[in-house]
Design a protein. Structure first.
Length: 666
């Protein structure tokens, strides 16, 4: 009986265990089923995307950067493809060892090593950085055979920017360079990060910078199937990149080169405009630099040479250099007198060669003949005394209020970045300026007004501002905003679209007053200070010479160029427009430390006009004389501009002002 009970107890325990185990098995299967339902139904799309991501890779396709052309279609910036040897620092255990071993396989000059280390300091460790560019096919094959030895090192085919004319118009065109951290942050802030995936270069200066959005294009993508080891198996889909647009400039590159050559080794700037449209025909800053130096990352030696040169080749003098305008300011002073009613054109002023004010003698370094001056003669012969007295009558604030709408001391709004304002003085300006620096003397003194009348004193303007002002005067008071880019062209359809110019502004000058000043400026070239320079010209032009102090002289000091250091001598300036009755070109030019305006600046203007209006180009002897400040009127017979060989085999046609603008449409 006892044994029977024990058997029943054992059976009961066994059944309990079986039920417990069965329940556990059922629960486990239920959990597995629930997990399966969760993965197959609820997580289906997510897991499918993850699997696809593991199987595929998205690769950005960097677009070809748009070309930059001059108004006649000459290519000023293009692209070329080349192989580069690149290192990803985060994938290389020892950079120095890697470089040493690589140099046994490929030639890696010291300059390239320094540039690579500079890039590495400026970049993040996971970026691929070039250590050698423009590898030959032989060098590519040699590295490929040794690639297994160099983790983190690879050959890439990349597009490089090329500036075929090197230093020509470099301040206008600008250059591209590697994207730095601040530029990356700006791209991210502008929600433009996706379009710059895979892009390592961006416009840094000039048109390359200001028209980056047009030139860059739209980045494409490729979807690649990859193996478990991450190697590409096949291309699944592709969305091609859209190349950047072609950008067409208003400048005539042959005129630009002629002017740069006429400067020679001298420093200075010239801006030439079409007064009827505001188009920039030439935009010169000398000395220049080679934009190609920056494309792959400039090396230390070249950077030091450019950055530390006393000639400041990186300074865009036309856009950022400010100078006193000297006597080129006098026509605008005369117009201010007429418009405000302060003085009529027939008012007579005696010029004894000096002007006394407040016990101080204001002299005349240009040594005019003196005598009784009306407005016409005062401009033609550049009487300082006439304009000293006029400045005293007008006062600083009246001068400021008249000159500001002409663009003096104002941002012109030209379509490239970096423009500076300069200084158009007033009582408020002096008070705020000196207060900012904690100076005790903030009051404007009457004696400070006198020198303003001849473009000295605190006056300090850019050649761009001066060119806009003379263009406005030549256009009867209608002001145009300077414009460098006149059209864009779609890289795929080749359809050009004009960039509409900003609407002009009529300053409301009295036509009779403008005619008086313009007639006097014609007199400058027909019997005044630039007569010899414009002798026998095939057109009538209007102009005004100017000589501006580079350094201030003491009360008892007398200017003597021969006794002064070269950089302390006066600047040579000239403003002009032509033809006088129907202007098609207006310009302002300065040659630093070159003396009288008629000696160095005016001869450059004469030949620029000859080229633009007559299709003439100076011969070799004449060009050499101008570049040294040793010419007046052209020497010998000029060349036909259309027949002058163009650098590197390209020969753009000679311009005709009406036909030289790019055509818009298909």
């Amino acid at each position: 009986m006892t044994e029977l009970r024990n058997v029943e107890a054992e059976l009961a325990r066994f059944r309990t265990r079986v039920l417990a185990i069965s329940g556990l098995v059922v629960v486990c299967f239920a959990l597995l089923a629930a997990r399966l339902v969760y993965l197959q139904i609820w997580r289906h799309e997510d897991l499918r995307a993850q699997a696809e991501s593991n199987r595929t890779s998205i690769v950005p396709i960097v677009p070809n950067r748009g070309l930059i052309l001059d108004r006649n279609g000459v290519v000023l910036a293009s692209n070329y493809s080349a192989y580069t040897l690149e290192i990803t620092p985060s994938k290389s255990e020892n950079i120095e060892h890697t470089l040493e071993e690589l140099s046994k396989v490929l030639d890696i000059p010291l300059r390239d090593r320094r540039r690579f280390k500079k890039l590495m300091d400026e970049s993040r460790s996971f970026e691929s950085l070039p250590v050698r560019t423009r590898l030959t096919d032989t060098e590519v094959a040699r590295f490929a055979a040794n690639r297994f030895r160099f983790p983190g090192v690879e050959i890439k085919a990349r597009l490089f920017r090329n500036y075929p004319y090197g230093e020509l118009a470099s301040h206008v065109i600008g250059y591209i360079g590697r994207i730095n951290q601040s530029e990356k942050a700006k791209i991210e802030d502008d929600d433009n990060q996706a379009n710059y995936r895979g892009t390592e270069y961006i416009g840094k200066l000039g048109v390359e910078q200001s028209f980056e959005s047009q030139l860059h294009g739209m980045t494409g993508v490729e979807r690649i199937e990859t193996s478990a080891g991450g190697r590409a198996v096949r291309k699944l889909a592709s969305n091609p990149a859209t190349p950047g647009n072609v950008v067409v400039l208003s400048i005539d590159i042959k005129l630009q080169k002629l002017i740069e050559d006429m400067f020679g080794e001298r420093r200075g700037a010239l801006v030439a405009l079409d007064p009827k449209t505001g188009e920039v025909l030439a935009f010169v800053s000398k000395p220049t630099f080679d934009s190609n130096l920056f494309v792959e990352g400039i090396d230390q030696e070249n950077w030091q040479m450019l950055n530390e040169s006393p000639d400041k080749p990186l300074l865009n003098r036309a856009l950022r250099g400010t100078y006193p305008p000297g006597s080129t300011y006098k026509p605008f002073m005369a117009l201010a007198a007429l418009q405000t009613g302060a003085r009529s054109a027939t008012t007579l002023v005696n010029d004894p060669g000096f002007y006394m004010f407040g016990g101080h003698r204001f002299g005349s370094p240009e040594n005019e003949r003196g005598g009784i001056m009306d407005m016409h003669r005062a401009i033609v012969e550049s009487s300082n005394v006439y304009f000293y007295s006029l400045a005293n009558e007008l006062g600083v604030d009246t001068m400021r209020n008249f000159m500001a709408p002409l663009g003096f001391g104002q941002i012109t709004g030209i379509d490239i970045q970096g423009e500076v304002r300069g200084v158009l003085p007033s009582q408020d300006w002096k008070r705020n300026y000196f207060k900012r620096y904690g100076a005790a003397q903030q009051k404007w003194y009457a004696g400070e007004t006198i020198s303003l009348g001849i473009g000295q004193g605190y006056n300090s303007f850019t050649m761009l501002q001066l060119a806009q002002a003379v263009a406005t005067l030549s256009n009867n008071g209608v002001k145009h905003k300077p414009q460098l880019v006149i059209a864009t062209q779609d890289a795929n359809t080749r359809v050009r679209t004009a960039v509409p110019p900003p609407p002009p502004e009529d300053l409301g000058f009295n036509a009779g007053n403008v005619a008086i000043v313009r007639k006097a400026m014609v007199g400058v070239t027909q019997g005044g200070t630039s007569t010899r320079v414009f002798a026998d010209a095939g057109y009538i032009s209007a102009g005004k010479t100017g000589t501006a102090q580079a350094v201030s002289l003491g009360k008892k000091e007398k200017y003597n160029a021969a006794r002064m250091e070269e950089r302390q001598r006066d600047h040579s300036l000239y403003i002009a427009f032509a033809p006088a009755d129907d202007p098609k070109i207006a310009l302002a030019v300065i040659v630093e430390n070159a003396g009288f305006g008629s000696a160095s600046a005016a001869p450059i203007a004469r030949r620029a006009f000859d080229y633009w209006l007559l299709g003439q180009y100076p011969n070799e002897a004449d060009l050499a004389a101008v570049s040294k400040g040793q010419a007046t009127a052209p020497l010998g017979k000029p060349l036909v501009a259309a027949e002058v060989p163009w650098p590197r085999g390209s020969a753009p046609a000679a311009p005709t002002p009406a036909a030289s603008a790019p055509k818009v449409g298909g």
